[in-house]
Design a binder for this molecule. Structure first.
Ligand code: NAD
Length: 280
């Protein structure tokens, strides 16, 4: 049974989902279909992944009732202007075959682009909630200063902040800033995009529980109270990663994994202050 987390807009999100970054568009309907068969009900996609249509096909084929599914997408870095937010959000809904999306995130703050104005982008995203086409508005890769700014200038806090976090980069500064504002944390790259899977310390904890290293890392995230959606193309790993709620780490085991944090050196993705990628 997957736990749920109550968000600051009173909606609930499954704490465990399935990630789709780098799932090739032509394979997405099959891969996400398998994840739904395994039991995942929360899917994380993005305009920039190019695979929203495949996610939509998997959802349609599954015949799972809409209210049992939780679907997230994210605004492309090329669509930050308010008109583009609304236009591209309509395209996202059409590709997913949904009338309403559960969660839509500003994928990156891009403080060095668009004259540093991510506040009007945030206002446009919150406007989608007012329209009823979006249930919950959130952000991704927002550093403490970015969060402070959108909240102080609009009075509207995002429900979630999706940020890089894993044992080698705990990202506690951005996590704690999010929590202070009542913003739930989603940990992207929860396995360090694979980097943390060879860790010897975690392997010892895994042996003690008779679990895999991946399960131990994901359970650590769960006990930190964060939301995770590991990605894999392999069904046996989907099944493994789905089994996180029948065991617990001891406080000592949690602390041993906390101690693996390498700070900025452990970061595998770009820094949000300088990331400035725009798709063609
Ligand atoms: P991840 O940490 O989930 O790692 C994925 C890698 O781990 C893959 O190579 C996979 O083969 C391997 N793996 C997964 N389960 C395994 C298992 N049980 N045993 C052995 N290997 C296993 O990395 P990710 O995909 O980058 O992150 C998860 C999701 O987060 C993405 O799919 C995407 O939905 C989201 N994400 C968001 C952002 C953002 O900027 N908001 C950035 C990256 C990822």
């Amino acid at each position: 049974m997957v736990a749920t987390i109550k968000l600051n807009d009173q909606t609930s999100i499954p704490q465990l989902g399935f990630g789709t970054y780098l799932v090739p568009p032509e394979e997405t309907a099959d891969i996400v279909g398998q994840a739904l068969q395994v039991g995942y009900r929360h899917i994380d996609t993005a305009q920039m992944y190019g695979n929203e249509e495949g996610v939509g096909q998997a959802i349609a084929r599954s015949q799972i009732p809409r209210e049992d599914l939780y679907v997230t997408s994210k605004l492309s870095t090329g669509n930050h202007r308010p008109d583009d937010v609304r236009r591209s959000f309509d395209e996202t809904l059409a590709k997913l075959g949904l009338e309403q999306l559960d969660l839509f995130l500003i994928h990156w703050p891009l403080p060095t682009l668009y004259d540093g104005d991510y506040v009007s982008t945030w206002k446009a995203v919150t406007g989608l909630v007012a329209d009823g086409r979006l249930r919950t508005a959130g952000v991704s890769n927002f550093e403490p200063a970015h969060l402070d700014r959108i909240i102080s200038e609009t009075g509207l806090a995002p429900a979630v902040n999706q940020i890089e976090a894993h044992p080698y980069f705990a990202n506690n500064t951005a996590r704690e800033a999010s929590r202070r504002h009542g913003v739930a944390v989603e940990a992207w790259g929860p396995l360090g995009q694979g980097a943390a899977l060879q860790d010897e310390e975690i392997a010892k904890i895994a042996a003690a529980h008779g679990k895999s290293v991946s399960q131990i890392i994901l359970r650590w995230h769960i006990q930190r109270g964060d939301i995770v959606f590991p990605k894999t193309m392999r069904r046996e790993r989907m099944t493994e990663n789905f089994q996180l709620f029948d065991f617990s780490l001891t406080p000592e085991q949690v602390q041993a994994i906390d101690a693996l944090d390498r700070g900025e050196e452990g970061r595998v993705g770009p820094h949000p202050d300088t990331f400035a990628y725009l798709p063609d």
